[in-house]
Design a protein around this ligand. Structure first.
Ligand SMILES: [Zn+2]
Length: 418
């Protein structure tokens, strides 16, 4: 069993670094605060005599050796960076949950063959350097090294130089390798678990998403002298289109969500019919088989809507990522353990991206969620009850123990993917 007091002290200690007035944190990637947070994490791992290493993207690993150094690595972790005025739990919880599990394994003298590693990935939030999940993406070959190194923040500080400045530019040979399983413990960042009164969510995968920029073109004209029936009002047509999009998403049953996050009408003056509107659309859906069909369907729907009013539109795809499914054999273990421990749980899909998404390309991966009160996250009010954290990390601890003795694990991972 894990020790909640010890974990709680660590979370509160970490929250002091970059702490804000209202119990939040600002610890942007590769800032002074991030450096201090990293230093503290490294210190804690060294106190437990873990082998600490830093890779060439600043990802930090701590290894507890097993009896067989060649066996696939059992990995846990998340990230220590935050958004501006973010919460204390996002990311930090997954890193320190890993540390707590490892310390408990040491205390309980659990013997194991596989190496166990804790990891903290660089710049998960993407709040300072875009895109998000840069460290986990780079180390799993989703982004070229040059691309990662040359990312700039809003003040033109360069990722590579900042990494070097804070003393966390490590070596390529230190990258993760021979990873068998990865589990990320994370707050839900949504209202579902709290609403359903569940202590944990067993995450089956991450929704796919498509980001689009839609331009609707009509005709700009005088607002007083153009009769209604002779207008080509791009904003009016956009309004109907948005309602159609919302209705489409509401009628889908795959955790489908559609968000129009930005909208701009031109010329944008009070006495002119808007001749042009540009809006963005973020659509997410978890249905792996139907995902591309749905993303096509919504684009056709938008075009139909606009054409019905005899206006034109163009749709530009900004970014699309298919849904991710986690390893069923691990989610099944998490479910078994939760049921045996009488922890109220449910299966859930993550609507948000996480480092686990990229780790899933190289290892058998899963996530465990704990509730976010009021569904709040990326804000200072972010909170998760300590008793839920305790239940969740005990489930994580038992899951790791079961993975370490799983026959499936031994058979399947004679060769790992990275
Ligand atoms: Zn996070």
């Amino acid at each position: 069993m894990i020790r909640l007091e010890r974990l709680k002290n660590r979370i509160l200690r970490m929250a002091e670094i970059g702490g804000t007035e209202n119990n939040g944190v600002t610890r942007l990637a590769l800032s002074q605060e991030d450096k201090k947070g990293r230093d503290l994490f490294v210190k804690w791992m060294k106190e437990l005599k873990l082998d600490v290493r830093i890779d060439d993207f600043g990802n930090i690993y701590g290894r507890k050796k097993g009896s067989n150094p060649e066996a696939p690595v059992v990995m846990m972790g998340s990230h220590l960076d935050s958004v501006p005025k973010g919460g204390r739990f996002d990311g930090v919880l997954g890193v320190l949950a890993g540390l707590e599990v490892v310390e408990s394994l040491i205390e309980n003298n659990v013997e194991h063959e596989n190496p166990i590693e804790i990891v903290s990935f660089t710049n998960e939030e993407g709040a300072r350097f875009t895109p998000q999940m840069l460290g986990s993406g780079a180390v799993t070959n989703q982004f070229p090294k040059d691309y990662t190194y040359s990312r700039k923040d809003n003040d033109n500080f360069i990722f590579y130089e900042e990494l070097e400045r804070i003393g966390y530019l490590g070596k390529e040979e230190n990258r993760l390798k021979n990873v068998g399983t990865f589990i990320e413990f994370h707050i839900e960042q949504g209202p579902v678990l709290e609403t359903n009164n569940k202590a944990i969510g067993i995450v089956e995968g991450i929704s796919g998403f498509s980001w689009l920029e839609v331009t609707v073109t009509g005709e700009t004209n005088h607002s007083g002298s153009t009769p209604m029936e002779l207008r080509k009002d791009a904003l009016s047509t956009t309004a109907t289109t948005i309602q159609t999009i919302q209705k489409w998403a509401e009628e889908k049953e795959d955790g489908t969500v559609a968000t129009i996050g930005t909208i701009r009408a031109e010329p944008g003056i009070i006495n002119a019919v808007p001749g042009k509107v540009v809006f963005t659309l973020d659509v997410r859906d978890r249905n792996k088989e139907q995902f591309h069909f749905y993303m096509n369907e919504i684009q056709e729907l938008i075009k139909d809507c606009v054409q019905r009013d005899s206006l034109n539109c163009t749709i530009q795809e900004i970014k699309t990522h298919s849904p991710v499914s986690f390893a069923p054999w691990i989610t099944n273990i998490i479910e078994e353990v939760s049921a045996e421990s009488k922890v109220p749980y449910q299966r859930i899909t993550s609507g948000a991206g996480h480092d686990a998404m990229y780790l899933n390309t190289v290892a058998d991966t899963a996530m465990i969620f704990v509730p976010s009160i009021g569904g709040k996250s990326h804000c200072e009010e972010e909170y998760t009850p300590w008793e839920d954290i305790e239940k969740g990390i005990n489930v994580l601890y038992k899951t790791i123990c079961r993975i370490l003795t799983s026959e499936k694990f031994k058979d399947q991972f004679l060769s790992t993917r990275i």
